[in-house]
Design a protein around this ligand. Structure first.
Ligand code: EGV
Length: 380
């Protein structure tokens, strides 16, 4: 199968049928004991959400979600936190509203490919921005006459995190240059280094901004999730664009997410972090003897792990061989939406899975990699 023109989601979709699915970044692990107790309360939660006003249910869920993640200054209760079905729906609404201001966006490179796809679908022209340029506070971030900078932090798939001093620099520069600052923080829950109060920095800088938050990577709720499109005080027509797409999401889903957020604050995040970390250690140990290039993202804490392939082995080759063995991973080319070749020596494995299945899939991946490494350079 050709692996060049497909988007990442199409690979994830093929993987849904397979038993050894390390493809999508959605949480597929079994619920913890306290999460299972919440799921046992679905019926009363459903009834309760129906008996209250939407505004009350939504505000309560926002308070629990944002406070679990350290976002004390999020503008809850101001009408500026728009609950969407998913973070991708929030990105789509933002991309549309942004056309009011600009059609030139500096976008983090690499990052998950549906972000460039959604922006381009609304007519935006994209200029790649490297993690290293941001971390170095390099003015080249603003090259290309851009009207918006879009940053995924923590990033998918690298786990790179924008630190507070970088965020302060970026907010200040964007503000001075009249550039909109957009953040996608879908992986925030995995990394405490991303729990500093983003909204305090954004509000103080007076930058025109948008933040897209997400519950969808965190908790095993069978795709019951929300993306929160948080608008700055500026005049981007976000509320209009939002209302063209939906009235409200389900108050039941918000009530459920509020319970998961409260559980997360009460030890659930610590349990999630321990699971991800244990799975990451398992992957790294399983691959350690194979003499592969070093793990590309040693500091990463997000629920996905990039693996560097042996020299001479391409991501397309690895993807095809592994899926023939029923193991589904992602080839990393499409994350490098401007330069797919740069991702061709990496695959991505998802860690938010049951331990037993993950071990089987990783063990199979390791044995294929060992054999591929041994046969590179030898005649077939
Ligand atoms: C990841 C699925 C969309 C996306 C998966 C993802 N694709 N929304 N088109 O949620 O990292 O696997 O972000």
């Amino acid at each position: 199968m050709s692996t060049s023109s497909q988007n990442l989601t199409s690979y994830e979709s093929l993987a849904l049928a397979g038993p050894l699915n390390l493809s999508d970044g959605h949480p597929r692990q079994a619920p913890t004991e306290s999460q299972a107790a919440i799921l046992d309360q679905m019926t009363p939660l459903y009834r309760g959400a129906g008996h209250s006003t939407f505004e009350k249910v939504e505000t309560h869920a926002h308070e629990r979600f944002f406070s679990a993640l350290g976002q004390k200054s999020a503008p809850i209760g101001t009408g500026r936190v728009l609950s969407c079905y998913s973070s991708s729906v929030a990105v789509d609404i933002f991309a549309r509203a942004l056309r009011d201001r600009t059609d030139r966006v500096g976008l983090l490179h690499p990052t998950f490919d549906n972000i460039p796809d959604l922006l381009r679908a609304w007519g935006h022209n994209l200029v790649p921005v490297a993690e290293t340029a941001l971390s170095a506070h390099d003015d080249s971030v603003f090259d290309g006459d851009i009207g918006c900078v879009f940053v995924t932090t923590p990033n998918n798939p690298t786990g790179w995190v924008m630190l507070p001093e970088t965020m302060r620099w970026l907010a200040r520069e964007c503000s001075a240059r009249g550039v909109v600052l957009a953040l996608d923080t879908s992986f925030r829950g995995f990394d405490t280094r991303a729990w500093y109060d983003h909204y305090a920095i954004l509000e103080e800088s007076e930058v025109d901004h948008v933040v897209i938050e997400d519950s969808g990577k965190l908790w095993p709720t069978q795709e019951l999730k929300a993306g929160f499109l948080v608008a700055g005080a500026g005049d981007l027509p976000l509320v209009d664009a939002f209302s063209d797409v939906l009235l409200t999401i389900s108050p039941f889903v918000l009530a459920l997410l509020g319970e998961f957020a409260a559980d997360a604050a009460d030890g659930g995040f610590a349990r999630l972090h321990a699971m991800v970390s244990e799975h990451r250690v398992f992957v790294r140990n399983a691959l350690a003897e194979l003499n592969l290039p070093a793990p590309p993202d040693p500091e990463s804490r997000v629920s996905v792990e990039r693996v560097a392939l042996p020299p001479g082995v391409s991501a397309g080759e690895a993807y095809t061989a592994l899926s023939d063995m029923d193991v589904h991973v992602l080839p990393c080319g499409p994350f490098h939406w401007d330069e797919p070749g740069e991702g061709d020596s990496f695959i991505r494995l998802s860690l938010a899975r049951d331990t037993e299945m993950l071990r089987q899939a990783v063990t199979r991946t390791a044995s294929w990699l060992a054999q591929a490494r041994a046969s590179v350079g030898r005649p077939a």
